[in-house]
Design a protein around this ligand. Structure first.
Ligand SMILES: Cc1ncc(COP(=O)(O)O)c(C=O)c1O
Length: 405
């Protein structure tokens, strides 16, 4: 089935032409990526997520290789987001301990030891979420033992609310969309003396979202390690909401692979294509409206400032796709070509494959993205069935049935 889709080149050079440079390094840098990897890999239950090779799907799509980084198993939370929010919570608590005791080299192991229980229990973290980020903040708060209040907007599904509450957070609803919830959270936190652990930066608020993004870098660092004996991909498809994940992966690959870094393609819903529109305009543009899309994690109208600092020079092309492609991708991953393994991807997880399907249907998009029989494509499978009810409605079977097949 063919659906409408659009793609663009931005006006920046091919990857080889632009070094990462000191200005971007003030935003995201190798030392901070290493620090995040060091801490997060020390947490209980840490294991790298698999990088799958889908050779039969690659043949079907007319490319040489498809790699799929499957984040479904990340710390049992179902998405890569487990890396960012929880790491930022740990850093907030470290900072609170430093303020109270003057000790500023507290490790995650010390946070978990109970030594600073009183200071940790007196701390409250909060955020606005469309699901996965709030789950990560709530999980981090429970892991380390502080209080947590999570704001959801009215379109967040019950399944996603329940998953956050499961980690002991208080879940509160805000009328409106994600951006309304962000504004409400900032105002309440200021009044109550809580710390906002947001994945979105704005003027005057950047340290915590930067921690979130450096946490996401663990996913990219694992990919680089998993591919150390293979040629790097030629294309990476990174789905973007506020663009924090895409920017973290883009920055990490740029630092690690420099002039061999892949073409960086940002994938967004047509109803919430703020990166596409910002690149087109040459400045950050806000997309208004309901931001109505099944790709729940991508329903964002505004690129994060920090994300923008990396993406505006790092993105080679954007693909904006309709919901139908995201749903087709979920079904295709669940019903693989003989020889490939079945994959459980949620509405936001299989979106990179959605863009590949759009490129298969539209020759102009394939050409714009520079896809051909030699392309080695990396897809970021950013979530599993984070809402199992929606997953079953779309795919017709639940995750266990798909994986057993
Ligand atoms: C599963 C999933 N993938 C991708 C994204 C996009 O991340 P970002 O908002 O950092 O662009 C999100 C955001 O919530 C998400 O939940």
């Amino acid at each position: 089935m063919s659906h409408p889709a659009k793609a663009m080149h931005n006006h920046y050079a091919e990857p080889a032409a632009t070094p990462y440079g000191p200005v971007r390094a003030q935003v995201m840098n190798q030392a901070s990526f290493d620090a995040a990897l060091n801490e997060i890999s020390s947490w209980p239950g840490y294991a790298p997520t698999p990088l799958l090779e889908l050779d039969h799907l690659a043949k079907e799509m007319g490319v040489a290789k498809i790699y799929y980084k499957d984040e479904r198993g990340r710390f049992g939370l179902g998405s890569f987001k487990a890396l960012g929010g929880a790491y930022a919570v740990a850093n907030v608590l470290r900072e609170n301990i430093a303020k109270a005791t003057g000790l500023n080299t507290i490790s995650s192991a010390q946070l978990l030891s109970g030594e600073f229980k009183d200071i940790i229990q007196a701390s409250t973290v909060t955020c606005a979420t469309d699901g996965n980020h709030g789950r990560s903040v709530a999980w981090g708060a429970r892991l380390f033992g502080c209080h947590c209040v999570i704001y959801v907007h009215e379109f967040v599904s019950q399944g996603r609310r329940d998953a956050i509450a499961h980690y002991g957070a208080e879940v509160r609803e805000v009328k409106g969309n994600y951006d309304d919830a962000v504004r409400h959270t900032a105002a309440t936190a200021a009044a109550e003396g809580w710390t906002v652990v947001s994945d979105t930066s704005y003027p005057g608020y950047r340290d915590i979202p930067l921690d979130v993004m450096h946490g996401y870098g663990v996913m990219a660092a694992e990919i680089v390690e998993q591919m150390k004996n293979s040629a790097p991909p030629t294309h990476v498809f990174a789905q973007a909401g506020v663009g924090a994940m895409a920017a973290a992966v883009c920055a990490d690959f740029w630092l690690q692979w420099s002039d061999k870094r892949p073409r960086f393609i940002v994938v967004e819903p047509t109803e919430a294509d703020c990166v596409f529109r910002s690149l087109e305009a040459g400045k950050q543009v806000v997309v208004d409206g309901s931001l109505d899309t099944v790709m729940a994690g991508l329903a964002c109208g505004e690129v994060s400032d920090l994300g923008w600092a990396i993406l505006q020079g790092g993105v080679n092309a954007c693909a904006a796709i309709d919901d139908a492609y995201a749903l087709d991708a979920m079904r295709l991953l669940a019903n693989p070509q003989a020889g490939d393994q079945a994959i459980v991807a949620g509405e936001t997880g299989g979106v990179g494959l959605g863009a590949l399907l759009a490129a298969r249907d539209h020759a102009d998009i394939r050409q714009t993205l520079g896809l051909d029989a030699n392309s080695r494509v990396l897809l970021l499978g950013s979530e599993g069935d984070t809402d199992p009810v929606i997953y079953k409605q779309v795919v017709g079977r639940d995750a266990a049935e798909v994986l057993a097949s």
